[in-house]
Design a protein around this ligand. Structure first.
Ligand SMILES: Nc1ncnc2c1ncn2[C@@H]1O[C@H](COP(=O)(O)OP(=O)(O)OP(=O)(O)O)[C@@H](O)[C@H]1O
Ligand SMILES: [Mg+2]
Length: 395
């Protein structure tokens, strides 16, 4: 493969072939890439996003829609036994099996009575907050819910993943927070999915923490913006066009932006990466949530903990997952998200994995996680069910 510079001899490398430069992934330049679903390798790849129209729904599909949630064990086993991308034939077979088992089951779920505002937070960086926000949001949209994603991270990763421009000058979260622009004016439809809207984040948001310091009730800015949106609220007030879910993607810190989200939301979803040190720092996040609940937002609860980047082949991942379940038995979703190349490459096409490769294990896992979220009826508390976490202890 060409090294892109044309230099070859001298170091013992074979001569680079002439022709177009390629990335080492072999995918070519971004503009030349063809997302897999544009040329599906199996019929299921296109069928996957369509809800079944009639009684032809398979029994397993009905069982899934009827509430049986596939467990993490099921999914990780699926990922290990079926995931094989070595040949086009193997890939087509994989799609076929996975799509038959779950992807066609995207029948609409009942809508909540009023908008559920969920804050996706963890001050640890790179644990899958953004990936979980956009994929759970996309999965909920595929399940017939109307969803708004608020990108509250100046990095703007959620905006990128949803194919929404977020360069300087675009109407964004900054305008809503700092200038008080109505949220409805800064929300735009996501690129590839119906029912999904995005409030993008531009780099200006990085300055918002400082600019808001002198503003009265600075921690309430997002809460006010959400409260004055006509499509956010209960069915009788906001009507059928209401949003069913608002998902807020937080930056990796517990600063004023995350505080705004915690004051604005009623539920927190905490993604936890199945890695060593996963629980370190979590105590601080829970303390912050507790303080916000005590002083600023009594409705706030931790409703979901989602284990991400789970590698079923390692004992470490299983150990971390066990420990998380031990501490948060009621809040941990049964579904874990496997580590998957498809999940991580989807944003480079401006997509979520839910549209980029809907039958892949990552997409099916996010779909299951979204179903679990949609089925939650009770609101658990923030209290760990067993011993509190000891900061600094090796995990
Ligand atoms: N299930 C997964 N499989 C493989 N890679 C993943 C998975 N989930 C997330 N990633 C990758 O891990 C990295 C971090 O994920 P992400 O950006 O979602 O984390 P984050 O918590 O939002 O990060 P930050 O704290 O910077 O906002 C990204 O490169 C993402 O593509
Ligand atoms: Mg992020």
């Amino acid at each position: 493969m060409s090294d892109g510079t044309g230099a070859s001899g001298g170091l013992g490398w074979p001569d680079a072939p002439s022709g177009p430069r390629e990335f080492s992934t072999g995918l070519g330049w971004p503009g030349e890439r063809v997302p897999p679903q544009e040329e599906p390798t199996s019929p299921q790849a296109t069928e996957a996003v369509e809800a079944p129209a009639d009684d032809a729904v398979s029994r397993e599909t009905s069982a899934l829609a009827g509430g049986r949630v596939r467990t993490a064990a099921d999914l990780s086993e699926l990922a290990v036994t079926v995931h094989d991308e070595t040949t086009p034939l193997a890939r087509a077979a994989e799609h076929s099996v996975l799509a038959r088992m779950g992807a066609r089951a995207r029948v609409a779920m009942p809508r909540p009575e009023s908008t559920r505002v969920m804050v996706v937070a963890n001050q640890k960086g790179g644990v899958g907050k953004t990936t979980s926000t956009v994929n759970v949001a996309a999965a909920l949209a595929q399940l017939g819910q109307r969803v708004l994603v608020v990108d509250l991270d100046p990095q703007g990763n959620a905006s990128t993943a949803l194919g929404t421009p977020h360069h300087r000058g675009v109407a964004s979260t900054y305008d809503a927070l700092v200038d008080g622009t109505p949220l409805a004016e800064v929300a735009t439809p996501a690129a590839d999915l119906e029912n999904l809207w995005v409030v993008p984040a531009t780099i200006d948001l990085a300055g918002a923490e400082i600019e808001l310091v002198s503003v009265v009730a600075r921690e309430n800015r997002l809460a006010r913006a959400l409260a004055s949106h006509p499509g956010i609220g209960s069915a009788d007030v906001a009507g059928d066009d209401r949003f069913d879910y608002v998902l807020i993607d937080c930056p990796p810190s517990l600063g004023l932006l995350t505080l705004n989200a915690l004051v604005a939301g009623a539920e927190v979803m905490i993604p936890i990466q199945a890695e060593y040190y996963a629980l370190e720092g979590l105590g601080q996040l829970l303390e912050t949530i507790e303080m916000v609940r005590a002083h600023l937002n009594p409705r706030l609860t931790v409703s979901s903990i989602l284990i991400t980047m789970y590698d079923a082949r390692t004992r470490l991942a299983a150990g971390v997952a066990d420990e998380v379940r031990e501490h948060f038995a009621d809040q941990v979703l049964k579904t874990t998200i496997p580590r998957s190349v498809r999940v991580s490459e989807a944003p480079s096409y401006g997509q979520t994995v839910m549209t980029y490769d809907p039958a892949s294990p990552g997409a099916l896992s996010y779909l299951e996680a979204a179903r679990e979220v949609a089925q939650q009826v009770t609101q658990p508390t923030t209290q760990p069910t067993t011993q509190p976490i000891t900061e600094g202890a090796p995990r």
